[in-house]
Unconditional design. Structure first.
Length: 357
C-alpha cells in the first residue's frame, strides 16, 4: 500500500496501535503532542543518532527489519555506555515514494524486537517525505543514578583497559557485503552490454555464498548493545572509571578517553580479541587483521577502564578482555606489537563527514 493513501497519522496509528509501555517512567507515549516521562530520583540520559541511506546503510544488502533492529540498538548502546538503563525511544523517518506501508511495518518489526529485548518503550516521533532516500533519526532516553553514571573523562593512571566481545568482525562483514555487491553489479553491467537477457534473469536471483562467514554478517547486520556486560559489571561490584561504545573503531574511541581524561595508554596487540572468521576474512582480502580490529568500527562493544584493584573481578569475567593499561599523559598513546615494538596509536576510524560531496 502507498504510504500517501494512509497519510501521516494513519501510518503512525498502524505502526504503533498495539504498543504497550513497560516502564513506570513512561506516563504517556504515542498519541499526543508530547510523550510524558517522569524521573523523580535519577538523572535523565538522552542520545540521538541520524542514519542516512547511502552513508550509514545500503538497502542493497540490509533488509528493513534488520535496519530497524540496528537503528534502535546503536542508540540503546549509547545509554549502556554511560552505565545507564535505556527506557524510551522516539523514531523519526523521512521516506521517499518507493517505500510502502508494508516496508515500514517490516522496519518497525525490527525496531520493536530490539526494544523488547531491553524493555524500551517507543513513545513518539515524526514522519515526513524525502527526495533522497530513507533517513532515520532515533532518540533514546535512559536513566541512571548520579553516582552510577560513567563518563569518558574519568580514566586514571594505572587503570586497566578492557573491551567486551571481539573486534573487527562488523567491519569485515561490511567488506564481504561490499565485495559481493561489486561482483553482482559487474555481472549485471556485462550482461547488459552483451544484451544477454537470460543472464539478467538469472542475476535477478543472485545468491552469494556466505557459508562459513555467517558470524561476520551477523555482526554487521544485527548489531547488539552490550547491556549484558553492564549487568555483569554491576553484579561484580565493578564501577568503570571511563567508558564508551566502539562505533568508530577501538583506536579512535580509546584516544577520545585519553584526551578527555588527560592520560596516556599502552595496549597490547596480542590481547586484542579477534574472532577466527575475522582473521580468515582479513587474510582472504589481504588486509592486516589488527588494523581492522583497531579501526574498523561498528562493533558496538564496550571499551572501559577500571581501577587496578578490580583486577581479580574482571580478569576472568566472561566476555571481557583486558588489553592494556592507562599511563601518565607524557608517555603518549602506544600500541605494543606482538614482537614488542611500540607505535603511536592513530585515529583512523570511520568519519561520516569525510563522505561529503
Amino acid at each position: 500500500m502507498e504510504i500517501a493513501k494512509l497519510g501521516e497519522f494513519g501510518l503512525i496509528d498502524r505502526l504503533t496501535k498495539d504498543l504497550e509501555n513497560k516502564n513506570e517512567s513512561t506516563k504517556y507515549g504515542v498519541g499526543d503532542d508530547c510523550a510524558v516521562l517522569h524521573y523523580p530520583d535519577s538523572e535523565v540520559l538522552v542520545t540521538t543518532d541520524l542514519l542516512m541511506e547511502g552513508v550509514h546503510f545500503d538497502l542493497t544488502y540490509i533488509d528493513l527489519k534488520h535496519l530497524g533492529y540496528k537503528s534502535a540498538m546503536v542508540n540503546i548502546s549509547d545509554v549502556f555506555a554511560m552505565n545507564g538503563t535505556p527506557r524510551q525511544i522516539t523514531v523519526s523517518l523521512a521516506l521517499s515514494k518507493r517505500f510502502t506501508v508494508e516496508d515500514m511495518e517490516e522496519f518497525y518489526a525490527g525496531l520493536r524486537l530490539a526494544c523488547e529485548k531491553w524493555n524500551v518503550d517507543i513513545v513518539g516521533g515524526d514522519t515526513t517525505s524525502s527526495y533522497t532516500g530513507l533517513a532515520i533519526s532515533i532518540t533514546c532516553i535512559g536513566e541512571a543514578r548520579k553516582e552510577d553514571i560513567v563518563y569518558r573523562n574519568g580514566a586514571k593512571n594505572t587503570d586497566l583497559i578492557c573491551v567486551s566481545g571481539d573486534l573487527g568482525a562488523a567491519y569485515m562483514g561490511l567488506q564481504l557485503l561490499e565485495r559481493e555487491k561489486s561482483v553482482y553489479y559487474q555481472q549485471v553491467n556485462e550482461a547488459k552490454k552483451k544484451g544477454d537477457n537470460k543472464a539478467l534473469e538469472e542475476l535477478a536471483h543472485f545468491n552469494p555464498d556466505f557459508a562459513g562467514k555467517e558470524y561476520l554478517l551477523q555482526r554487521q547486520l544485527q548489531t547488539e548493545a552490550r547491556g549484558d556486560i553492564i549487568n555483569k559489571l554491576r553484579e561484580a561490584g565493578v564501577h568503570p572509571t571511563a567508558m564508551m561504545d566502539i562505533s568508530d573503531g577501538l583506536s579512535s574511541e580509546l584516544m577520545h578517553i585519553c584526551k578527555q581524561s588527560g592520560v596516556g595508554c599502552r595496549i597490547f596487540e596480542k590481547e586484542i580479541p579477534i574472532d577466527y572468521q575475522t582473521a580468515v576474512m582479513a587474510e582472504e582480502m589481504n588486509m592486516n587483521v589488527t588494523t581492522c580490529a583497531l579501526n574498523g568500527g561498528e562493533d558496538y562493544e564496550l571499551l572501559f577502564t577500571v581501577p587496578i584493584g578490580d583486577l581479580d573481578k574482571v580478569k576472568d569475567m566472561e566476555g571481557v578482555r583486558m588489553i592494556g593499561h592507562i599511563t601518565d599523559q607524557k608517555y603518549g598513546q602506544i600500541l605494543v606489537t606482538r614482537d614488542n615494538q611500540e607505535f603511536e596509536l592513530k585515529a583512523q576510524g570511520w568519519n561520516p563527514l569525510n563522505d561529503q560531496k
